[in-house]
Design a protein around this ligand. Structure first.
Ligand code: PLP
Length: 496
């Protein structure tokens, strides 16, 4: 039996148990009543800080009172992303199994930096990565690693691309070198901004991200990509990598990955596929064609925290060139040598051994046990359960698309793709500029009312309203309520 050292130790076991029971009820109540809540809070900037701020009290507070404060001062400032009518962004969704996994991971609080520092965390990460890889339909030549976000994943992918293309950046850096010309990376005009941040961090530079134009369905034009590379080479620049997007942020468009891969192969460029959102569609056998060519990429990111029901944060990077990641990130300081095991047991899964030291494949040393929540979700839902939920979200998106098309003065801005619907209110009374303002205003008013949440974005130079399904609690009734709200708000705004 552990001894608790009064004020110098942890909570006494009985108090802890009682608080955990209370917290269990709190979580269950929150999930049960979430649909009845106002989605966005009514607080002003600074309200929450004023309620909880001030100097740290000198003496401790009982956890019972702190639990009360979660209700009193935290909840009033929460946007309820888990609300079934929250349809903005790629709404990450929590759920029972995931919550249980998070609690257990926090209790264990291990660091999966090397296999030896927590064999179960490492091996569960490997197993979950293999399940996800199969779900997405990538071959077992791809090795995965879990990071926090897709933004961090693309940074790692481009670091590996840079080290592969240019010898010695790891040791000598970039500054002051006359042997390295301007580096260029390419992506479509619809690619996510995280690529630009990666280019900034890696010394490539924001100006050297080339945005290639898209076709009428917002997919990268591979012919124009080829031309851009040729132009840059003629100007003495050094093309490095291409990012193809499988499920763009605004409209879930899918770049022609196979064609882009052929360009990359001809030109000797690293191909990173951003399937952060779209990779999940691979769970549907009938939709696998959307991922055509994905296995030709050098690296692929899939974010289970977008559309695979694992709560933030959980992002997976797969690469068929794990040695390139290691070449950049493997660095074992003396104090970790006793724990480093990577490669000791070649012959495990994929011939890489089970004793993987994931710290060697990324910037992070301390790595929380993220795989546990993913494992809980995947085991609790099963392959079919995951696929059925994704299929339902696609069905809801198609149903909303049909409603948009039936409504006077509304139009789809682009065909419905995966679980994303982009649409516009286009009354004849408004010219193009006024329509942009109008559509942005409708989104702002719908969101402010607190019963639904959408995102606004631009597509083809026009402001559009956007809905993304991804919440396990969203039903057709929520969809209908959100749509009625959008239509009523639109008519009211125009009437006014
Ligand atoms: N890639 C795409 C296509 C996205 O839509 C997003 C975010 O919405 C990201 C990357 C960045 O994801 P994260 O927030 O995990 O960095």
């Amino acid at each position: 039996m552990t001894t608790f050292l009064g004020p110098l130790g942890d909570l006494p076991p009985d108090e802890m148990r009682a608080a955990l029971h209370r917290m269990a009820d709190w979580v269950a109540d929150y999930r049960e009543t979430i649909a009845a809540r106002r989605i966005v809070p009514t607080v002003a900037p600074g309200d929450i800080a004023a309620a909880i701020g001030g100097p740290l009290p000198a003496t401790g507070t009982g956890v019972g009172m702190l639990l009360d404060e979660i209700d009193e001062v935290v909840l009033p400032g929460i946007v309820h992303w888990g609300h079934p009518a929250f349809l903005g962004y790629f709404g990450s969704t929590s759920n029972g199994p995931a919550l249980l996994g998070e609690i257990a991971a926090a209790a264990l609080n291990v660091s999966a930096m090397t296999w030896r520092t927590s064999p179960a965390a490492t091996e569960m990460e490997t197993v979950v990565l293999e399940w996800l890889r199969d779900l997405v339909g990538l071959p077992d030549t791809f090795m995965g690693i879990v990071y926090d976000t897709a933004s961090v994943a693309v940074l790692h992918a481009l670091a590996a691309a840079r080290e592969t293309a240019l010898a010695g950046v790891r040791t000598d850096g970039l500054a002051g070198r006359t042997d390295i010309p301007r580096l260029r990376v390419y992506a479509s005009t619809q690619a996510h901004s995280s690529l630009v941040k990666a280019a900034i961090v890696l010394g490539i530079g924001e100006a050297n991200v080339v945005h290639v134009a898209t076709d009428e369905l917002h997919r990268m034009n591979a012919g124009l990509l080829q031309q851009a590379i040729a132009t840059d080479r003629a100007a003495g620049m050094r093309p490095l990598a291409v990012v193809a997007t499988v499920g763009t942020t605004t409209s879930a468009a899918v770049d022609p990955v196979r064609e882009i891969a052929a360009v990359c192969a001809r030109e000797g460029l690293w191909l990173h596929a951003d399937a952060a959102y779209g990779g999940a569609i691979g769970a549907l056998p009938e939709a696998r064609a959307l991922l055509d060519g994905l296995a030709l990429a050098d690296s692929v990111v899939v974010n289970p925290h977008k559309w695979l029901f694992v709560p933030l944060d959980f992002s997976t990077l797969y690469t068929r060139r794990p040695e390139a990641l290691r070449a950049v990130f493997s660095l074992v300081p003396e104090y970790l040598r006793g724990d480093a095991t990577d490669g000791e047991d070649a012959g495990g899964p994929d011939g890489r051994g089970a004793a993987i030291d994931y710290m060697d494949y990324g910037i992070q040393l301390g790595r929380r046990f993220r795989a546990l929540k993913a494992w809980m979700v995947m085991r609790a839902f099963g392959r079919e359960g995951i696929a059925s939920r994704i299929r339902e979200h696609c069905r809801l998106a198609a149903a909303l698309g049909a409603r948009v098309e039936r409504e006077a003065d509304f139009e789809l801005a682009t065909p419905v793709a995966m679980s994303v619907v982009c649409f516009r209110f286009v009354p004849a009374s408004h010219d193009a500029a006024a329509l942009d303002t109008l559509n942005a205003r409708i989104v702002a008013e719908v969101n402010a009312a607190g019963r639904a949440y959408l995102t606004h974005s631009t597509l083809g130079g026009c402001t559009v309203m956007r809905v993304g399904f991804g919440n396990v609690l969203t039903t057709e009734a929520h969809l209908n309520a959100v749509w009625d709200e959008v239509v009523a708000t639109a008519r009211r705004v125009v009437g006014g």
